[in-house]
Write a protein that binds this ligand. Structure first.
Ligand code: ZN
Length: 197
């Protein structure tokens, strides 16, 4: 069973980049893996303000382009995409709270090392993630597995929804269920959906 209170054990990297270069990177202690190739794929995507999900081997990668920056996070397969979205949302807000990012990037002699102190912030966000109330875990019953499964949903997705209930597709073990979540984070319906892609 996934320990949602200790997401550090599952995270592989967090990266903030411009189109030209990587300006911030966090990795777990003692990790020497490089994700630069994955990040190049991410950069080719020009669309802004939409979260993209990638499955790559044992890795799940989420990325989003906001203004001039591209945020990405990678974790092992047990982590759900909504959790990574919540983490990126929070990190992007903190990053802009601490720095006047556009101004710093415009320095003539800018080097990404200016953002090194942000590693401590990110480490803290990861360690305290379960106390930040950024996600909810909702039990849903899958009619295929005949099991109750934990569905992770980003709190902001429900709170900022334009209408209720909010539909969310839960992909797992090769099939998908469509779950309807109301504004109190209760399940209002579940159906099996067909998919392609
Ligand atoms: Zn199932």
């Amino acid at each position: 069973m996934l320990d949602f209170n200790n997401i550090l054990n599952y995270l592989e990297f967090i990266n903030i980049s411009t189109d030209d270069q990587s300006i911030f990177e966090w990795k777990p202690p003692n990790s020497y893996k490089s994700y630069m190739l994955d990040l190049n794929i991410v950069k080719q995507n020009r669309m802004s303000n939409i979260f993209f999900h990638l499955n790559k081997g044992n890795l799940k990668i989420v990325h989003i382009r906001k203004d001039k920056l591209i945020y990405s996070a990678g974790a092992s397969n047990e982590i759900q995409f909504q959790l990574l979205e919540a983490l990126i949302d929070h990190i992007s807000i903190k990053f802009y709270e601490i720095w006047d990012v556009d101004y710093v990037l415009s320095y003539e002699n800018f080097t990404p090392t200016v953002f090194n102190p942000f590693k401590k912030e990110v480490q803290e966000i990861i360690e305290k993630f379960h106390t930040l109330d950024l996600i909810k875990i909702i039990n849903v019953e899958c009619m295929v597995c005949e099991k109750i499964l934990p569905l992770i949903v980003k709190v902001s997705l429900i709170k900022n929804a334009e209408s209720y209930p909010v539909p969310i597709v839960f992909d797992h073990l090769g099939h998908s269920i469509l779950c309807y979540i109301d504004k109190n984070f209760h399940v209002r319906g579940i159906e099996l959906v067909n998919k392609t892609g």
